[in-house]
Design a binder for this molecule. Structure first.
Ligand code: MG
Length: 192
């Protein structure tokens, strides 16, 4: 890389690491997100493990699009806490105005990465405020704290992870069915 040139792209390991650090700085651990995923998905799928939920959250945290979302969302909240925006948008974001929906729009963008049901999962988390999402929402009402974007991004990651778990479980289920020949899509030469 040219000397002095700013680095704009990172490896998936680096993005996962930076995302985890950013979330922790804002009070969110991977475990807390995975717990929402586990609670939500175990309503629909039996015998899911916490491990697959945790892995799904980590996988999502390593994606470039999600990296951009998290880094931007965390910075918007921090800047609002520091009163750094000019004009009416400072108070709109800081006070988490109900009719301001750009935080939800960002959440929807992330929630759908493993399929459309992610959007429904996100809606459920947004309305029912499970676990860490409720805690972020409550803490965001304390003086000097802004979680306007963070609660949506965290809910969206949990929703996308929940969708990934459903996809993984269904894939396993499809392979369990003896009526379906166990041929991988990478093994097409063996098809009759
Ligand atoms: Mg919000």
């Amino acid at each position: 890389m040219e000397k002095g040139k700013k680095r704009l792209v990172f490896t998936r390991e680096e993005m996962l690491d930076m995302n985890k650090k950013t979330l922790l700085k804002r009070g969110v651990a991977v475990d807390a997100i995975a717990e929402i995923t586990y609670k939500q998905q175990s309503r629909y799928t039996q015998n899911i493990s916490r491990q697959v939920c945790y892995e799904s959250v980590e996988k999502i945290l390593s994606l470039r699009d999600v990296f951009h979302h998290i880094q931007l969302a965390a910075e918007i909240d921090r800047l609002a806490e520091e009163g750094m925006f000019q004009g009416p948008i400072q108070d709109i974001i800081f006070e988490d105005l109900g009719l301001f929906g750009i935080d939800e729009t960002m959440g929807l963008d992330v929630a759908g990465i493993y399929g459309t049901i992610g959007l429904t999962n996100f809606g459920d988390i947004d309305v029912n405020k499970h676990g860490i999402v409720q805690r972020l929402n409550d803490a965001g009402k304390e003086p000097g704290i802004c979680h306007t974007f963070l609660d949506d991004i965290v809910g969206a990651i949990a929703a996308a992870a929940s969708t990934r778990v459903a996809q993984v479980m269904n894939e396993e289920y499809a392979h369990e069915n003896d009526a379906i020949k166990k041929i991988s899509i990478f093994d097409l030469d063996n098809l009759d």
